[in-house]
Design a binder for this molecule. Structure first.
Ligand code: IVH
Length: 645
């Protein structure tokens, strides 16, 4: 990943651009559309920076639809759409002092400023939340919209009105039309308490305060938003009839006088040195602010200069975000544990001496696989200077504001650990053989659903959001039910009610007189389970947790086979009929690896029996064949020419 972009051949650059574009798009969708990031901000920034560098070195390979030219994700379905009269853009990033000096120099050059002219720049924290546009007409809030893809967002007016920091009416001399823009965020302590509450109730758990804020703002039921203590800072504007001042700083002061919350750490600076000193001061205060910030934003103060500077693709030339480095900490690697996942993968986890990173206590970090512990990648190349990780090593870990902490490197200035970790060749959960197939990085337990760890992860997946999504049956409840021997496979979920009614089991907690104290929640759980007895075929296929079958593949299978009987029948036949296997592979989007994984799943006697038991209680609803008749283009070949935006 570190070859100089200019020295790459066209073919190599093209291949890397295509891979990176796919990764950035996937990360965008996970972050913006699903509120569930899969990679850290720092990793995302690195991917995007590399993609930009490649596109700059090879402009002929830069695609018009490249994710470097897009802002955010497409709006989710469910809310009505709002077209932004003034697009909601994003900021380009600076990562070093040099980048900041270059930003100021670039502006001076662009504006042809003389040495005697000062360039006033406002510096303020970059709030790590979700942006919101508030349209006021005659001082009254008439519409609130999320950023969406920058051109079109979601209408969240009802939700915004529940936020105490968002005034319904502005006071003072407010222009007739004024669209205020700013950031919705949540205080860290409120996030921690409410997220714990969510988890206890088996509801969605958010990765970080920002995702919590985004998820809370985008609730279709505004009463849920109302129950979340969202906050707001105003820092910019969109469509306006007039401006109250000719400087950024003065407009923000007007915001304050109109009753809008503005950030107290906003400061007018006169030089790059001023900017950097304010940056350092904000960085020092970061851990005690009580809300997440991920950098400092610099904006040219004079609005006539902002106007002259204008925009470069999706970013203003007059502003930049100086990002904070990922937070790191140094601590002792006390041990390595092995966790067994849904598909039997043995994942090593570093057990760390607890240490605070970015306000969060970290006591473990992912180590990916055995090569990672050895310090090499899949080609055997070194991935860190410290080499193989030894128990007792002092390691530097980082947490880029969110997601799972990782090991950056070994601190080789400290005495090295002496105990090498021997990666187990038997599953630590069930004692069966754990095999590493040639060419694979991962070692897997071979015991399938008879391994208790695989069984429980399977159950968690089965009830999860994209799968059967059973309300009130989250990770915690699954663990408790599994631990109490009440549920050992998916079919058992659907017999809970009858077993309770026949007295085989008792889910009630009882008071001293033997009366149930949790009757209502048990009844609700039974009802939620009953609601899922006829799931969509695609959801049902996804819920089975077959390796390589994600929700997109599951939808593809559902669209192809339409009924559970046809899907299961085809997979059953394919295990000993090469022609039937070829038919599976011939489905658009299904490759050999995926086909073989599904066929193997159905061929396994244990899986087969568990499916039979499950299907006795669940009737997947047939999928609909994609409509092709009646369309004016049915049966025709359509040729597009020119370019499409
Ligand atoms: S100004 C033309 N100021 O960062 C861009 N943005 O990548 C105007 N953000 O979408 C944005 N704090 O959600 C601005 N003080 C601040 C900010 C801020 C957070 C977010 C905002 C924007 C993103 C830019």
């Amino acid at each position: 990943m570190t070859t100089d972009p200019a020295s790459l051949t066209k073919a190599a650059a093209k291949a890397e651009i295509s891979l990176l574009s796919a990764s950035v798009r996937k990360a965008n969708a996970a972050y913006h559309t699903d509120d569930a990031p899969e990679i850290s901000d720092a990793e995302y920034d690195a991917l995007k920076a590399r993609l930009l560098a490649l596109e700059e070195a090879h402009p002929d390979l830069a695609k018009p639809d490249s994710p470097t030219r897009a802002v955010g994700g497409a709006p989710a379905e469910g809310f009505s759409k709002v077209r932004h009269r003034v697009p909601m853009l994003s900021l380009s990033n600076a990562f070093s002092d040099e980048d900041v000096a270059e930003f100021a120099d670039r502006i001076r050059r662009f504006l042809s400023l003389g040495d005697d002219e000062t360039l006033d720049i406002v510096a303020e924290p970059k709030i790590d939340g979700v942006s919101l546009a508030l349209r006021y007409e005659s001082g009254r809030l008439v519409e609130a919209a999320t950023r969406g893809d920058g051109a079109e967002g979601e209408n969240v007016t009802a939700n915004a009105l529940t936020i105490a920091d968002v005034p319904e009416t502005l006071s003072g001399n407010v222009p007739e039309v004024f669209e205020v823009r700013g950031e919705v965020y949540v205080m860290n302590d409120a996030f921690a308490a409410l997220n714990a509450d969510q988890e206890a109730r088996g509801e969605k758990v958010y990765a970080n305060p920002r995702n919590f804020a985004a998820g809370s703002l985008r609730q279709l039921d505004a009463s849920i938003t109302a129950a979340r203590p969202l906050r707001f800072f105003a820092y910019a504007w969109g469509d306006v009839a007039a401006l109250p001042a000719d400087r950024q700083s003065a407009v923000i002061e007007s915001f304050h006088s109109w009753g809008l919350p503005t950030n107290p750490l906003t400061k007018a600076c006169r030089s790059s040195a001023d900017l950097l000193s304010h940056y350092r001061s904000i960085l020092d205060q970061r851990a005690t602010l009580g809300y997440d910030i991920d950098g400092v934003v610099y904006k040219v103060d004079r609005l006539d200069w902002q106007e002259r500077l204008g925009f470069r693709s999706n970013n203003p030339r007059w502003a930049i975000a100086h990002k904070f480095p990922a937070e790191t900490a140094t601590t002792l690697l006390e041990g390595i544990d092995i966790q067994v996942g849904r598909t039997g993968a043995l994942s090593p986890v570093a057990r760390l001496h607890p240490v605070t990173v970015g306000g969060v206590v970290v006591s473990n970090a992912t180590l990916h696989n055995e090569d990672y512990i050895e310090g090499v990648d899949s080609n055997g190349a070194a991935i860190r200077t410290g080499g193989r990780l030894m128990i007792g090593d002092t390691v530097q870990i980082y947490r880029a504001g969110d997601v799972i902490p990782k090991v950056l490197d070994v601190d080789t200035t400290k005495p090295r650990g002496t105990e090498a970790f021997v990666f187990p060749e038997i599953c630590p959960e069930c004692g069966s053989a754990a095999l590493r197939e040639p060419g694979e990085a991962v070692r897997r337990c071979t015991n399938g659903l008879s391994c208790p760890a695989q069984a429980i992860e399977h159950l968690k997946h089965f009830v999860s959001r994209g799968a059967l999504d059973i309300e009130g049956l989250g990770t915690k409840q699954i663990e408790a039910f599994h631990g109490d021997g009440l549920i050992s496979e998916p079919a058992d979920i659907f017999t809970l009610r009858s077993r309770q009614e026949s007295g085989d089991i008792d889910l009630f907690r009882r008071d001293a007189k033997g009366r149930p104290t949790n009757q209502k929640s048990v009844d609700n759980l039974f009802d939620a389970i009953d609601e899922r007895r006829a799931p969509d075929l695609a959801r049902f296929i996804f819920s089975l947790g077959i390796r390589h079958v994600g929700d997109t593949t599951a939808r593809m299978f559902a669209r192809h086979y339409l009924t559970w009987a046809d899907f299961a029948g085809a997979m059953g036949n394919a295990s000993d009929d090469p022609e039937a296997r070829d038919q599976v592979i011939s489905i658009d989007g299904v490759g050999e690896i995926m086909a073989d994984a599904v066929i193997a799943f159905f061929a396994d006697a244990q899986n087969h029996a568990a499916l039979e038991r499950l299907i006795a209680h669940v009737s997947p609803v047939d999928a609909e064949a994609p409509a092709t008749d009646g369309s004016p283009v049915a049966g025709k070949t359509v040729v597009f020419t020119g370019t499409l935006e």
